[in-house]
Design a protein around this ligand. Structure first.
Ligand code: NI
Length: 466
């Protein structure tokens, strides 16, 4: 059986649901496997996973892409997004330049989808499948990207193989291709991508070739299955860890900062809390869209009378995973009120929030950051101020707001914005993009404190703002 597997080059018949590509196929082997032998993991297994779907048309070229956003694996998510965006940009440029005419009687298209080939412990493997008709990269191709959770790094498929064993690996792969076009494959190194390596449930290594890669003008995709015992000595340390997770998966993900409910452990990873005061406003729904795009959670310190005016917006914020805090009923300086007045003002606001969302807030941000002993004593919840003040109410300029937020941001920062300013909301995509690039996770204030904020939080937990 082992020997048979080694000599067997699996020609996979590809037929796609999206029409037209790769249907014609020549069977070159007696033994044809129509099923992909690679082990897969259901995306539903990964708690907190989000799938980003996008589609559209350029000229008459239809395109559709999906990629996963994986909790606590931001570098992998970024790499997957880039992969999708680059491929899509190239296709759209071709579509615009070519006018997107029919190719052999069929309408050009681009379809990108993904599956998990490992997702447990500290290893993730994601495999992208691209069907493209028209332009460069025409045909079906696959790529697998691997994530080493110990190093927090995205690694290419070939990093499953020990660098010193690369020649032996190519030889073994060539052996498996016997009968297809082994000589051509061995002779032409330039055509090799070797960018899709994954395991079977039994620990064999499957090398998947793009259409035309192993035999010119071929057929569907070809796959070589390298038996476990022969590939064993060739694996890198990471390759062995990855294979172990495929054969005997851990019962959970074990990435730094990963928690099963998709929340973030800020003791393990860099966190900031974006906070938005004085809303909700007509601009808040757009802000919620921007935050969703980056899987960012934020905290809204809302004014009671604005909650009454826009209860649906506040409810939407809570449903999207954001935190809503109390910012008083009408934004009066609480230090000017009696003890009873402070209590009544905050209670009324709590009630409005509870009525709109079903959730009672657990934080208060006093208007103007003004508090005294009376306010402290009468507040039913911890008082939360901020460590980075964007002064966005003063400088109504998106570029300025972006710089004021991004420049001083440190792990543990609480950043103050006002979502009643359109210039602030317009700055947020830039803030998110730049902070995400620096590796920050966007969490609520409560998350920033691991669920236990102190009674008075004048600055974020760490480091202290000057
Ligand atoms: Ni305010």
């Amino acid at each position: 059986m082992r020997r048979l597997m080694a000599a067997l080059a699996v020609v996979t018949l590809t037929s796609t649901s999206c029409g037209g590509i790769g249907q014609a196929s020549t069977v070159r082997q007696a033994s044809v496997r129509s099923e992909d032998p690679v082990a897969t993991v259901a995306p539903t297994w990964i708690r907190g996973l989000r799938v980003v779907r996008d589609n559209g048309k350029e000229e008459s070229c239809a395109w559709s892409t999906t990629y996963p956003q994986i909790p606590s694996a931001q570098p992998l998510t970024d790499a997957l997004r880039r992969l999708v965006e680059e491929r899509r940009a190239a296709f759209l440029q071709w579509a615009r330049e070519s006018g997107c005419g029919e190719q052999a009687g069929k309408a050009p298209e681009l379809n990108m989808g993904f599956g998990f080939v490992a997702a447990s412990g500290d290893v993730i493997g994601v495999r992208f499948t691209v069907y493209q008709l028209g332009g460069a990269g025409d045909g079906k191709s696959t790529t697998s990207l691997w994530y080493d959770g110990v190093k927090g790094q995205v690694v290419p498929a070939l990093s499953l193989i020990d660098a010193a064993s690369m020649n032996a690996f190519e030889e073994l792969t060539g052996k498996a291709l016997e009968g297809i076009d082994r000589q051509a494959w061995l002779a032409d190194r330039s055509a090799r991508t070797l960018d899709d390596l994954a395991f079977t449930k039994d620990g064999d290594l499957v090398v998947t070739f793009d259409e035309g890669e192993v035999a010119a003008g071929a057929v569907g995709q070809a796959q070589a299955v390298l038996p476990r015992a022969e590939v064993e000595p060739l694996l890198s340390d990471f390759g062995r860890r990855a294979r172990a997770q495929v054969m005997r998966p851990a019962d959970r993900m074990a990435l730094p900062g990963y928690t099963a409910d998709g929340s973030v452990d800020c003791r393990q990873v860099k966190c900031v809390a974006l906070t938005f005061d004085d809303g909700p406003s007509p601009y808040t729904p757009r802000l919620l869209q921007y935050l969703a795009r980056y899987r960012a959670r934020a905290t809204f310190f809302v004014v009671g009378q604005n909650v009454i005016a826009r209860p649906g917006v506040v409810r939407g914020a809570v449903r999207a995973g954001h935190e809503v805090g109390n910012h008083s009923w009408s934004h009066r300086d609480l230090t000017g009120l009696s003890a009873r007045g402070v209590r009544a003002d905050l209670a009324r606001t709590d009630q409005a929030i509870r009525k709109a969302t079903g959730v009672t807030p657990t934080l208060v941000r006093p208007p103007y950051g003004a508090f005294d002993r009376v306010v402290r004593r009468q507040s039913p919840h911890p008082l939360v101020l901020w460590s980075v003040d964007t002064l966005d109410w003063l400088y109504r300029n998106s570029g300025h707001v972006t710089r004021a937020a991004v420049g001083p941001a440190r792990p543990g920062s609480i950043i103050l914005f006002h979502d009643i300013r359109p210039t602030t909301v317009a700055a947020i995509p830039h803030v998110l993009k730049r902070l995400a690039k620096r590796g920050f996770h966007f969490v609520t204030v409560s998350e920033l404190y691991g669920g236990h904020p102190p009674a008075l939080a004048i600055h974020g937990p760490s480091p202290r703002h000057p």
